[in-house]
Design a protein around this ligand. Structure first.
Ligand code: ADP
Ligand code: MG
Length: 384
């Protein structure tokens, strides 16, 4: 499919996030995975006088923000440009300080470490994300569940694999099973999970655990939340044309510098080469893509995904290669992409149809890949 210069190429989900684990550094276990996205240091590039390009790293992945300046600001000075970039970084730093499980001092880590079952005051944004996560858990019959944290860590996709490379998990002796969690540890983790064990209170914002051992992981929703937060900030600053991309979770509004709608190209889920699969046009919508074809590890010929089915405690095993969800909220789209990845091609698709959600699924087949999308998705697809 031909691409014009204004098409934003969304790295296929596999390339985007693991690649470096969400909120942390790449873990030893998945270090074999190819990072195809260049991680750049925070920086502003005005490129053309009409567009501000700000890139950097956050939450263990990249971010890329494009803002089209209104005509009267087209030649705004360096100071304003730098200030905008600085404020964006501040927003991201703040979200990390509240929601990262890789930081022991984050509000979330303090809640996770708390051993009480009383209301625990938290920042408002953390309350918002947890409340939305619980709603999506109900909608997906528990396929999406932020209490899966202990399982994520046991399977080696969380901060239990620390920066020094020490596994906090205790590997079973024996070559084939090394690094795989022990059955008793999995059983113990299963007893700790369940979204019904968490309550939220709006004023003043607070969370409560029924079981002090509950441990939350917001990796599948916080990037989307951060995208929304930056989009809202840009709106408040009077910008009506922008594209915000954090690790492949993206939201775009208005028109690009060429005055045409933002177009986002999503890659084919092939681990070894890059090929454009679909282009979608977005104006006021978010797109999130979830996939495990690069974020996984292999042990004894078996593939283990970073997406965990809370009902089994195991990484998902179906043949869904990638799930793309479009919606108004990046937070919800991010979480729904993960939820549908858990539900699989049949149940996930049925849920998307029932909810009239624009969703596009790619499944692995013997011959390669096959596509399926809901009717609601077609209105976003660019055909040329
Ligand atoms: P993807 O877009 O491929 O779903 P994300 O980075 O959005 O990737 O989310 C994956 C992360 O979500 C995992 O690394 C893990 O931390 C967490 N996770 C895994 N399974 C679940 C689940 N069933 N519900 C909520 N979060 C999950
Ligand atoms: Mg997600």
């Amino acid at each position: 499919m031909p691409l014009n210069n204004e098409t934003h190429i969304l790295p296929s989900r596999g390339a985007a996030a693991s690649r470096c684990t969400a909120f942390g550094l790449p873990s030893k276990m998945i270090a074999v995975i190819l990072c195809t996205v260049a991680l750049s240091l925070p920086g502003c590039d005005t490129g053309s006088p009409d567009i501000l390009h700000h890139t950097g790293t956050t939450m263990g992945t990249y971010y890329a923000i494009k803002v089209v300046k209104p005509l009267q600001d087209a030649h705004a000075g360096d100071t304003e440009t730098k200030q905008l970039g600085h404020n964006i970084e501040r927003i991201l730093t703040q979200i990390n300080a509240e929601m990262s499980t890789y930081r022991k001092d984050s509000a979330l880590s303090r809640f996770n470490a708390s051993t009480g079952t009383d209301w625990f005051p938290v920042p408002e944004d953390l309350y918002t994300v947890v409340t939305e996560a619980l709603e999506i858990s109900r909608l997906t019959d528990g396929a999406f569940d932020i209490t899966v944290g202990p399982l994520v860590n046991l399977w080696g996709f969380g901060p239990a694999m620390d920066k020094s490379g020490n596994e906090a998990i205790d590997p079973v002796p024996g070559e084939a099973a090394a690094l795989l969690p022990r059955t008793e540890d999995l059983r113990d983790a299963m007893a700790r999970i369940g979204y019904g064990k968490i309550s939220t209170r709006a004023t003043p914002p607070a969370l409560r655990k029924d079981d002090p051992r509950v441990y939350l992981d917001l990796s599948a929703i916080a990037k989307g939340f951060a995208v929304d937060k930056i989009a809202e900030y840009l709106e408040k600053k009077g910008f009506s044309s922008y594209l915000v991309d954090i690790g492949g979770e993206l939201r775009a509004k208005g028109k690009n510098a060429a005055g045409t709608p933002w177009r986002v190209a999503i890659e084919k889920p092939t681990p070894d080469r890059r090929a454009i699969h679909r282009i979608v046009a977005l104006d006021g919508h978010a797109v999130a893509t979830s996939g495990d074809y690069r974020n996984f590890f292999e042990k004894a010929g078996k593939r283990y995904s970073h997406t965990i089915d809370p009902k089994t405690g195991q990484p998902v095993t179906h043949n869904l290669a990638s799930v793309t969800v479009i919606g108004e909220s990046a937070m919800r789209s991010d979480a729904m992409a993960t939820a549908i990845s858990v539900l699989g091609p049949e149940t996930g698709y049925a849920l998307a149809v029932r909810e009239n959600m624009p969703v596009w699924l790619i499944t692995k087949t013997e011959a390669g890949f096959s596509d399926r999308n809901t009717q609601a998705f077609t209105e976003f697809v660019v055909t040329e």
